[in-house]
Design a protein around this ligand. Sequence first.
Ligand code: BGC
Length: 393
Amino acid sequence: MKRIKCSQILVMSALLAMSACRDVNKKAIISETAGTYIKTPMESTLQPTNFDTIIDGKAVKLFWLENKDLKMAITNYGGRIVAILTPNKDGNYVDVSIGYSNIKDYLESAESYFGATVGRVGNRIAKGKFSLDGTEYSVVPNNNENALHGGENGFQDKVWEAEQPDTKTLILRYTSPDMEEGFPGNLTVKVTYSLTDTRAVRMEYEATTDKPTVVNLTNHTYFNLNGEGSGSILNHSLQLNADQFTPVDQELIPTGELKDVLGTPFDFNKAHAIGEYIEQEDQQLAYGGGYDHNFVLNGTKSYGMNHAATVIGDKSGIVMDVYTQEPGVQFYCGNFMASENTLKSGAKDDYRTAFCLETQHYPDSPNQPDFPSITLRPGEVYHTVSEYKFSIK
Ligand code: BGC
């Protein structure tokens, strides 16, 4: 008989405790018959007091939104989605978004963007440089020589003013001062999160400026539709309504070309597992370390928005449809996740255990005259809506 060492027992019991903890996090919920409301374990983990603090002289809080189908936790630190609870095929709520249980972990995180509102310009600007109306601007580089997600201190680190007009809506406001991170113009931004009657998380973005500037806002939620901490997302099924994508160089900067996905591992027009072709020999997959690319949406319209994507959790049966008024979506499948952080479920953020679908204008737009423009001028209103809509297969 094989002997089990004491250290192995310790590891095994720790693993058992962790998996039990994850299961509990997915257990139900509401005792509808009794008419009493019992909190989900995740709601108990995510106590608002874990987030109460002052940063830059501003109050940070955790807000819970809910309607009859969904529950969502958001903090005004970075305008971040902390948890999204949606029922699985057994009727049990599953937390499908990656995050932390307290503000300290967000502040000390090795990953800056979990759930965050990203801005002023999502994704990369080559060398952090662009020119607008003949003036050259330099954004603080934070990704090799390039500026990623708005530079060193993007919107993910700002404390937003918050207003909760009702139980299913949260309004966040932030004014980004002229030349913040190198961007011109005082930019007044409003993000409205709401839960819709169609079981969607709706994000409405508005912005105005007092000088010509560039704006490309998105949400950077990391999803695992089987539940946070429940392993690889490579068996999730993905369908993307995109005949083209924007290939990149080794620094993940678009070359400017729009490339057909047909015959490449980037063809998700017919649903297939995220991992099906991910190990194929392909220059673009090599540059991204997997999928980390902007897809050009076909404009498959559904109630005035582009139907960007459908993702299905292989174990939970949870379906997420992504709708957007944006022309593109960045599909990133957690290639840089490196087990450096402990999530609210107790699990580590292991390699490719979450994916992002960031609705957006294309990366490096300010330097690509053929891409749709992200210039915003005084007197204009930036307005865009995206939705993550949940159902069950
Ligand atoms: C980028 C990735 C980056 C990630 C950061 C994505 O939008 O495309 O390259 O690592 O954000 O979380």
